[in-house]
Design a protein around this ligand. Sequence first.
Ligand code: GLU
Ligand code: ZN
Length: 301
Amino acid sequence: MQYIGRFAPSPTGPLHFGSLVAAVASYCDAKFNQGKWLLRLEDLDKPREIAGAADIILQQLDAFGFEWDSEIVRQSQRSHYYAQALDTLQNQHLIYPCTCTRKEIADSSNLIGIDGFIYPKTCLEYPLKANTKPALRIRANNSKIAFHDAIQADIHQNLQIEVGDFVLKRADDLFTYQLAVVVDDAAQGVTHVVRGADLLNSTPRQIYLQKCLNLPTPYYAHIPIARNAAGEKLSKQTLAKPIDATLSAQQLFEALQFLGQPTPTNLQFASLAEIWQWAIAHWQLRLIPAEDSTFKQHAGI
Ligand code: GLU
Ligand code: ZN
């Protein structure tokens, strides 16, 4: 089987150490397995996009020595495919409109799931609000979705109980991440998804959509989340510093350490190209820790 991996950043800001770690893990795993590594810009959420961030991300990846295969895929140009997938689900009567606001859901739901309030299916029982553009939700099924994660071991989730009916198209007409990622991973032939564990909770939703759309399920490996000294996930919100091209060799070395790879001490003083060469040749996915307990020592990042 040809291995196809990918990195799928959202252009909401420059890459930080947490995104670097995800890029490095997916890259090394693909290259070690003689696979392809594709790049996809998840630029669907225009309101959250930062102008210029996509270009900065590409420059950062380039400066760190990543080489991607094939054309870069931009989700903003693929709405047609998401609409088709939604049609397929609609034909199975899995989709229904919802005109509830966030506040109404918060006030009416008495169940909190892994991703906020469980939608209490109000719009299935009561008429929709007039003159209000609806969001489109998919009915979550009531059975256990289980998969084996190469790093986080056996994961299972009952979508109906733990997530509820989730939105595939927002009232502002934007397709959501969950639908787009499933359509695109399949369209790009992705066989292995290596990404941050912040998305572990989303994976059962994606597997459910794959099943409904009759698409293959890739292998998944969720790497630990990089945190700052205060224990917060590195992100734009927590003011994570962008990775720095002038420190690329050092930061790649630190990413490999974060990923539990047994980096020889002298590699610390090697060139970027030498570190890449070592990293790909000696890559061991099984050494990646499930938790991020070792991260505190890199608190300067
Ligand atoms: N675009 C997502 C992010 O930047 C990653 C999606 C994925 O890898 O599935 O968090
Ligand atoms: Zn509703």
